[in-house]
Design a protein around this ligand. Structure first.
Ligand code: HEC
Length: 266
């Protein structure tokens, strides 16, 4: 193979590899809407613990986290021996605060179980006109700022079946499950330019929490969901990188082999 062809192969392959690797590391799509900053912090274990508890109370009825096990999550969010929690403590804490689903025997599922939903996905699809997505990777696919903006972005819209719409998820099928806490917002069309800058929402009916309390709650849930997608994301990224390395090695062998085949033919 001539040097110039070799050069071209190099020039063409490198950008593809770079784009591939960057693509896997990237994630998070903003879709042109200005997002609020979630400022997530995985070192804030108290926030992760509150987030897990809120998630289980308000979200797990519909959404699953199918790659997460209760006891693994407990460890990661700081309920571990390092912080003075014995296995028995963790089992008790999990049963009191996080585990609500029951197995076929009617008993609460074991601490090593996956964080599935109590809801039947088919019934959910019928009820909401949208299937209920698993949220294991949403921290990566949407990004933390998107989740935070989503949880803060519900507003009243009588034209929708749920009576609600959302600033970052147009015509969303999910009801505003935290409405009684946040209160009910309306979209203010007259203020600001919707296409440039954050949409303006105003609280038309207050909820049981203040704005600051609600922001803290949604930040904790976002922190938890962003953490949850990390371990799954790490393994996903590794597969991608191994695949690319494998292809590079394969390319090397194929190239050497082809050279071997053609060496006597001129
Ligand atoms: C009553 C059932 C229900 C509950 C409870 C619920 N959701 Fe949802 N959620 C849905 C449905 C249905 C959708 C899909 C909406 C659509 O596709 O239009 C959804 C979509 C989402 C999405 C967007 C996922 C994506 O990438 O498209 C996020 C994020 C989300 N929910 C987070 C939450 C959080 C956090 C909670 C708890 C505070 C929660 N949900 C509680 C039903 C629910």
């Amino acid at each position: 193979m001539s040097n110039s062809i070799r050069k071209w192969i190099f020039v063409l392959t490198v950008p593809v590899l770079v784009v591939g690797i960057l693509g896997m590391m990237g994630g998070g799509a903003g879709h042109g809407v200005t997002l609020q900053s979630a400022n997530v912090n995985f070192d804030d274990k108290a926030s992760l613990q509150r987030g897990a508890k809120y998630y289980q109370n308000y979200c797990s009825g519909c959404h699953s986290l199918r790659f997460s096990r209760f006891n693994r999550v407990a460890k990661d969010i700081g309920l571990n021996a390092e912080n003075g929690f014995s296995d028995d403590d963790v089992t008790t804490l999990l049963n009191e605060n996080l585990i609500f689903i029951r197995g076929e025997d009617g008993k609460k599922v074991k601490v090593g179980s996956l964080m599935k939903t109590a809801y039947n996905p088919k019934a959910a699809a019928e009820a909401f006109g949208a299937s209920v997505p698993d949220l294991s990777l949403v921290g990566r696919s949407r990004g933390a700022d998107w989740i935070y903006s989503y949880l803060n972005g519900f507003y009243l819209d009588p034209s929708r079946p749920t009576g609600m719409n959302n600033t970052v998820f147009k015509d969303v099928g999910m009801p505003h499950v935290l409405g009684n806490l946040q209160g009910w917002q309306t979209l203010d069309h007259n203020k600001g330019d919707e296409h440039h800058g954050a949409p303006k929402l105003s609280l038309s009916k207050p909820g049981s929490m203040t704005g600051a309390e609600y922001d803290k709650l949604t930040r904790d849930i976002t922190n938890f969901l962003a953490y949850v997608s990390e371990p799954a994301q790490l393994s996903r990224k590794m597969y991608g990188i191994f695949t690319l390395l494998f292809l590079m090695v394969l390319f090397g062998f194929a190239y050497a082999l082809s050279k071997e085949y053609w060496k006597d033919i001129h």
